[in-house]
Design a protein around this ligand. Sequence first.
Ligand SMILES: [Cu+2]
Length: 108
Amino acid sequence: MKSVFLTGFLSALLLGCTPKGDAEVVIKTSAVCDMCKNTIEKKLKDVEGIASANLNVDTKEITVSYFSAKTSPEKIRKAIAEVGYDADDVKAVPEAYEKLEECCKKEK
Ligand SMILES: [Cu+2]
């Protein structure tokens, strides 16, 4: 009985070593092309507590794996807004949006 518990504990430890956050969130963005994808993913790589970020340009949804002790969906949405894109109900920061390439501005 004790060894079963130990095996479970050890495999949990091993799983904990893979570079993946302990939480995941899918955020709808206003990204329109691969350049947007690069801009957002690059920005999120610099945000503390984010393990990985992958934006699907077709659905405009970004899947973010993060560490819940270090960051939160609110902070992640804010980081996306700071580079000029909408993130769920958080609107893009106007100054950042103005700096985007013409092709990256969402159609009105
Ligand atoms: Cu773009």
